[in-house]
Design a protein around this ligand. Structure first.
Ligand code: CAA
Length: 272
């Protein structure tokens, strides 16, 4: 497959950096980027030469500024579900890959961006990193696993506060919350992440794979598919609602949204 929005770099021994490169939209995830990510992650899961995978964004402004709002804003409920499912297929590859995956967050990691970071085994960040789940400001909810994974990183009450408010946190606060493991200067982010990767790539990959599988299972990855499917359905059902249309239109028109009160979600039958 030819990648239009991904770049790769390799470092010895067995370290692969995958960079999302869509700088005009702050590396936002449209369908094409998600398809490319899904393809490269399934290839690299099988590639014996790759022992540790680092995910990052091109440039120093954004890791990923979220799912692409200009693509999403006109989606139907059914298309919303399918979009979330595509995001889940790609993020599950990171979480379940039998080798370490590290997110090197070099700037904004919002919405789907934070969700891709949290699907990695752990996150390291630059000093200018900003992480958050601002979906409620757009009239939707996290749709790429955030309702499940954020509470694993920061605990349930903090996850609720962050998701209900859409508040973004800077690198140092993310460090104190346990959302990121380390904060480095922008210049040191990639060299230091490669050093962390090297401390793993020289160990027994079969032992690491087994440890990762057990750590995931013991931290409630059991039932992952059921939980992610529930999220995809809930995310999709908000599409076509007055608040989703208003929230995403307001972002694209660069104005504040005016949300209505509690409304009944779209309860149309959704595809499984
Ligand atoms: N989707 C599409 N385009 C995006 C985008 C996104 N998520 N984020 C940024 N862009 C685009 C902007 O529209 C802008 O394009 P133009 O130059 O054509 O106007 C360009 O990237 C640069 O962005 P800004 O001018 O807004 O840059 P800024 O420095 O002023 O602000 C920012 C940066 C705070 C990240 C701001 O761009 C922003 O708030 N982006 C949206 C973040 C967001 O809400 N993400 C969640 C999306 S929903 C989601 O991800 C659902 C899910 O769970 C799957």
């Amino acid at each position: 497959m030819t990648y239009n929005f991904l770049k790769t770099e390799t470092y010895d021994p067995g370290i692969l950096i995958v960079k999302i490169a869509r700088p005009d939209a702050l590396n936002a995830l449209n369908t094409q980027v998600l398809i490319e990510l899904k393809h490269i992650l399934s290839e690299e899961a099988q590639n014996p030469k790759t022992r540790v995978l680092i995910l990052t964004g091109e440039g120093n402004k954004a890791f990923i500024a979220g799912a692409d709002i200009s693509e999403m804003h006109a989606k139907s409920a059914e298309e919303g579900v399918q979009f979330a499912q595509l995001g889940h297929e790609a993020t599950k590859l990171l979480e379940l890959m039998p080798k370490p995956t590290i997110a090197a967050v070099n700037g904004f990691a919002l919405g789907g961006g934070a969700e891709f970071a949290m699907a990695c085994d752990f996150i390291v960040a630059s000093e200018n990193a900003v992480l958050g789940q601002p979906e409620v400001t757009l009239g939707v909810i996290p749709g790429f696993g955030g309702t499940l994974r954020l509470s694993k990183f920061v605990g349930l009450p903090r996850a609720k506060e962050l998701i209900f408010s859409g508040r973004k946190v800077k690198a140092q606060e993310a460090l104190s919350l346990g959302l990121v493991n380390h904060v480095f200067s922008s210049e040191e982010l990639i060299p230091n992440t490669i050093e962390i990767a090297r401390s793993m790539s020289q160990q027994s990959l079969s032992a690491i794979a087994r440890a990762k599988q057990l750590l995931n299972e013991f931290s409630e990855s059991a039932g992952l598919n059921f939980k992610l499917d529930a999220e995809a359905q809930a995310f999709g059902r908000l599409f076509g609602s007055a608040d989703q249309i208003e929230g995403m239109s307001a972002f694209l028109e660069k104005r504040k949204p005016h949300f209505q009160g509690l409304s009944t979600p779209n309860t149309q039958e959704q595809p499984q």
